[in-house]
Every structure is written in C-alpha cells, then in structure tokens.
Design a protein around this ligand. Structure first.
Ligand code: ZN
Length: 499
C-alpha cells in the first residue's frame, strides 16, 4: 500500500494530505523544455526536484506515471532557425538530443512518457475544435483564440482578477479582448505548419500541455508540476483550456518549484538578485557544470534547499555543494573503516557520550528522514538529519578506541545514510566518488593527473635523497595548485582541495 504524505497545493495555498484519483496511483505531469538552446542550471532545478520526488513516491509504494513534454514548436525555436538558416525542426532535434545527454549526465530517471508537440498535433486540433464548438474559442483570420471571459474561474490559480491582469503578450488585430490568448497561430512564411480546419498553422504554446496531459493521463491529473514562473499565464491558461474542453477538474494538486536567484559573490557576501535566465546572459550550462562537478553535487545543491524557496546562485554554489557532499562521503569512509563485532548498545556504553549519540541518531534516522519528506517533500530538513549523522560519525572517530570497537554503531549509521540514496544521493562507492572528484576538479583547474603525479614523484625522490628543502618546496607548489598531500604511515596520498 502506498504511504500517505502531505503536499503544498498552489491552488489552495495550503499544505494538504494528498489524495489520489485512483488508489496507489499518481499521474504526474511536468512542463518540460523548450528546445532552442542547451539547458542551464536554472532549468535543471525543476528536473532534479521532480526526479527526486518521483523516486521518493515510488519508494513509498506509489505507482507513478510521469509525463514530461518537449516544446519543439515555438517562437524561440523559429527565431533561432531563421538566424542559423536551418529548418526549425533541425534546431528542436539538436537540442532534444542535447537535453537527453544532460539528463543522463545528471542521473535523471527517464519519464514514463516524453511527448513532443510535433507528435501531438491531432490531439491539439481535436481539443481546439471542442473549445470552438462549446463557444470558448473563436477563429479569426486563420488563427484561433481562447475567449477568456467565457470561463468564470480564470485567474483562480494565480490569484488574480481578469480586470487587473496584464493583457496577453500576443498582439494581434484578430483578438476580441486583450486577455484572449492563441490556441492556433495562422501560418507565416518560413515557419513550421500543419493543416487544420482553420487553415494551415501551428499550435500556440499553452494548448500543448492540455492536449498531451489528456492523452497520457486522462482529463484529471493528480499533480501538475513546473517552475513558479509558469503559474501565469501558462498554467492559468492550461486550467482554462482543459476545464472548458473536458468539463472536468484539470489538476488536483499544483506543485511549483522556486527559481534560481542570481547573486554576486563579493567581499561583503552575496548581493544583488536577478532571476536566472538566458536574457541575463549569465546562464551556466548543465554541460559545463557536469564537466566540472559530480552529478550528485548539482543534485545536492538543489535538494539542500526547500523546493519552494528561491535558491541563490553564484559561482560558489557548486563548489559549496561539492564540499558538503564530500563531507558525507568522508563520513561514509570513516564509518566503513571502523572495526569490532560487539553488541552496539554495549559498545556505546563503553565508548561514551559520542557513541551513544551516534547510536541514537542512527536508530531513529529512517523515521525522521521520511517524516521530513512526507511533510511537503522537505528535502532540506531530511538532508539536515543526514548531516547530523555524518558529524556524529566524525566526532566518534576522534576517539582512539572507536576505530577498533566503533564498527557495530558505525554500521547502523551507514544503514541510516543508505536512506539518502532514495533521493539519488550518496549512491556511489566512496573510492569512485573520490576519483570522479579528482578527474573533474583537475580538469576544471586546467591540471592533469600526470602533472600532479610527476610533482609527487619529484618530491618522493627528493625525500629519498634527504633533500628536505626541495621536498618542502615541491609540497608548497602542490599546495598552491590546490592539491593537498597527505603522508600517513609511510603512504603518500593526495586529493584536490575543495575549500
Ligand atoms: Zn506546460
């Protein structure tokens, strides 16, 4: 049986106990990418949050049908195609391929369905026809417009009155009212077009999600997701179209993630704020991020904050997230190194307060971790419990006896940290993680393993020849490069500094 949870609903502006349409099943629709360029870290927030949410739901016994669309017919795609002198569908296909590469690099689960607008034209035309037949839409000069004043509830989701709303950005002489929006756009030379009862043309933006969600999830969706910037007009228009065409409730829950807020790192801390977007020219590609950081660092950056909060972004965001992640893996490594086979309670008694504390945190971990996720998917609180365990592991490891006897408690702590894997974090072997960090950070710093190992060899040779000042100078040089050298028990190891 699927486990209950509570979730904030943008529609009611409250955290409410979730109730599905069908027992144990969740139909989830999330607005996907408009494919006209490489995706950036602003887009990836929604992708990672809903990926983690689906993982959590499935872990809790829910059968989730997850639909995420591709907007492959759009003004921005057409503009880029014109600028490059290639067909619009070539641009769309290029950036769908690019996005699929990014999803794989980020370790995202594939959605159950990934419909494209260009494959859904018949469903879109059918829905527009229904709206025209019912008097909710009207054709005009080859286009079709949704008649906003035919739907009384318009503005309900975004909490606005039509009289106070800004006019729809689509300027057109054929509109009866400034708030009306396009369902179908009459063909223009050089743009992709399909035949329709109103003449050749292409769909407007909003109708695609109404048509695709109906096709794959039926009239009523359990949860509709997307970024907070989509509430108006996109989601408001989806509600109007679907409710009027289907005569049914469109989505039971609306789940919106907060946006990335650009901050500038200065000596006085973070200043300034601007919404992350292409228009600012500050977008950081997922490909750049994945070349420099492990995928789990990006995932932790998003999940350590509450999904509804605005999330500050600056050039320290991913280095900070990587340091946090590395601390979790270090705790895992320390815990794995502890030995002993006694009863954990007895070991805790013998080792004292720090051991008793770790035992207590580990035993109650699963309950606290899931309780945080069950209350509006609070990954921030859930992960703070994991950091608590990792700090307790480190405190215990400072005791000399813990290395030999702390194992039974450490194993319970490791079991606790395994829970975090359900969010797609801490899934790697410690050694694989450390190797990935070395590879990616070295390449980000413009260094090669060979160069580092060459210097380490020179240092080893100097030490063997008892040329201590040369050895020290080489160590200093490595240190300046951001390489930390560790001499432990005659063995030399190294890592990349993450501070
Ligand atoms: Zn949408």
């Amino acid at each position: 049986m699927a486990q209950p949870f509570r979730l904030y609903n943008t529609l009611t502006r409250k955290v409410e106990p979730f109730e599905p349409l069908k027992p144990d099943h969740i139909g989830l629709y999330v607005c996907g990418m408009t494919v006209y360029d490489h995706a950036h870290v602003g887009h990836a927030r929604a992708m990672v949050i809903f990926d983690a949410f689906v993982r959590y739901l499935r872990h809790q016994g829910w059968d989730v049908t997850f639909v995420r669309n591709y907007t492959d017919v759009d003004d921005k795609i057409i503009r880029r195609a014109k600028a490059e002198g290639v067909p619009a569908m070539e641009i769309a296909e290029r950036y769908i391929a690019s996005f699929q590469e990014d999803c794989e690099a980020m370790g995202l689960l594939p959605p159950t369905r990934e419909p494209k607008v260009s494959d859904s034209i018949d469903d879109i035309i059918e829905m527009i026809q229904q709206l025209v037949d019912d008097g909710h839409a009207y054709p005009s000069a080859g286009s079709v417009w949704f008649k906003v004043d035919s739907y009384d509830e318009y503005g309900h989701l975004s909490g606005q009155r039509v009289s106070e709303m800004m006019a729809s950005s689509e300027q057109d002489a054929g509109k009866a009212s400034p708030h009306d929006f396009a369902l179908w756009k009459a063909a223009k030379p050089g743009e992709p077009e399909w035949p329709s009862p109103w003449g050749p043309g292409r769909p407007g933006w909003h109708i695609e999600c109404s048509a695709m969600s109906k096709k794959w999830l039926g009239n009523t969706i359990d949860i509709h997701g997307g970024g907070l910037d989509l509430v108006f007009p996109h989601h408001e228009n989806e509600v109007a179209q679907s409710t009027c065409a289907n005569h049914d409730l469109y989505s039971r829950w609306w789940m919106h993630n907060g946006l990335l807020v650009l901050t500038k790192e200065t000596d006085e801390g973070s200043v300034g704020a601007a919404k992350m977007g292409k228009s600012l020219g500050n977008a950081f590609n997922i490909k750049d991020a994945m070349a420099q950081f492990p995928a789990e660092a990006l995932r932790l950056y998003y999940l350590q904050a509450h999904y509804r909060s605005p999330l500050p972004w600056n050039n320290q965001a991913l280095p900070n997230a990587l340091s946090m992640l590395a601390r979790l893996y270090e705790a895992k490594e320390v815990a794995q190194s502890m030995g002993g086979e006694e009863d954990p309670e007895r070991v805790a008694e013998a080792l004292g307060a720090d051991a008793i504390e770790l035992l207590k945190l580990s035993q109650g971990f699963q309950e606290r971790f899931l309780a945080a996720l069950d209350e509006d998917f609070n990954t921030s609180l859930a992960l703070s419990h994991a950091f608590e365990v990792s700090r307790a592991i480190n405190r215990l490891s400072n005791h000399k006896k813990a290395r030999k006897r702390g194992g039974p408690i450490a194993r319970l702590a490791l079991e606790a940290l395994e829970q975090v894997e359900l969010l797609g974090l801490l899934t790697m072997d410690v050694e694989d993680f450390q190797e990935e960090v070395k590879d990616k950070r070295l390449s980000a710093m413009g260094l090669s393993r060979e160069a580092v190992e060459e210097l380490l060899q020179q240092r080893a040779d100097a030490r063997a020849a008892k040329e201590w000042s040369t050895a020290d100078a080489l160590r200093g040089k490595l240190d300046e490069m951001g390489i930390v050298v560790m001499d432990t028990g005659g063995e030399v190891s190294w890592r990349v500094s993450l501070s």
